[in-house]
Design a protein around this ligand. Sequence first.
Ligand code: CP
Ligand code: NVA
Length: 301
Amino acid sequence: MRHLTDVTDLTRQELELLLDTAARLKTERKQRIPSQTLAHRVVALIFEKPSLRTRVSFESAIMQLGGSSMFLPAQEVGFGWRESLADVTRTLNHYVDAVVLRVFKHETVLHMTQVAAIPIINGLSDVAHPCQAIADLLTIREHFGGIKGRTVVFVGDGNNVARSLALGCSLLGARFRLASPPGYGFEATFVQRCQQLGGTIEVQVDPIRAVADADIIYADVWTSMGQESEREQRLKTFAPYQVNARLLAHAPSEARVLHCLPAHRGEEITDEVMDGPQALAFEQAGNRLHVQKAILQFLLN
Ligand code: CP
Ligand code: NVA
């Protein structure tokens, strides 16, 4: 029995296998080849935060593979306050085949795995977003024909999305560079963790220098869910880190732009970039579906 709390729950080989499976499932969906690999399986989604992509891609993935899903807003479950997380988990062990969690604290995911008899999938916590990172890696692989040796430059906050992608790049041999304001980068211990996986990680302050040899320029919101009280301060601090046409002019013309979405257009990214020829954000969002299928098949079968 396995969980997906972060990308590093997978070995390099397993991550590559997931990408191969997702790519195959994508082709099969285009060809309308039906599949029932999750027949009679039930997956519960417990979410403490809003979601479009993670919820809909998981629910569609499960239904398209013949299973059923159940969306449970955390406040309706009384997750952690009506009864303990452990007791919620001990109960769900008997009813469903897997749980997708979206939570404020990563500890909640880890806590649940301690008593779960079913796979627990992290659908975003404060420190990790592994399902997103795997879809990002699939998008990079599709566009460039491979991941190894590519340079991924994340411009903005060293947040959950940046961290999981840094771990994924480290596993698969892409260089990962974070350009962020002082105090918003990665801690030394996290950088060491990436290096131990074989990764090349760079953290720097200047976004213009950072994108000079980029294959991928990645943007995400400056204020993540749960940080709303810091929004005004962050808007000021991150202003020089906007991904706009001026920044792209300092990058190779072959560079492509990713954004996990939702985008705050006019803040971390401009319309001209989001709607321009270098953006792959909606292809990337589409890839969430195929990756969720690959993750579910891997953990459930
Ligand atoms: N990228 C992503 O996880 O989107 P949602 O918050 O809409 O699920
Ligand atoms: N970093 C963002 C990602 C949203 C998908 C957040 O946590 O809100």
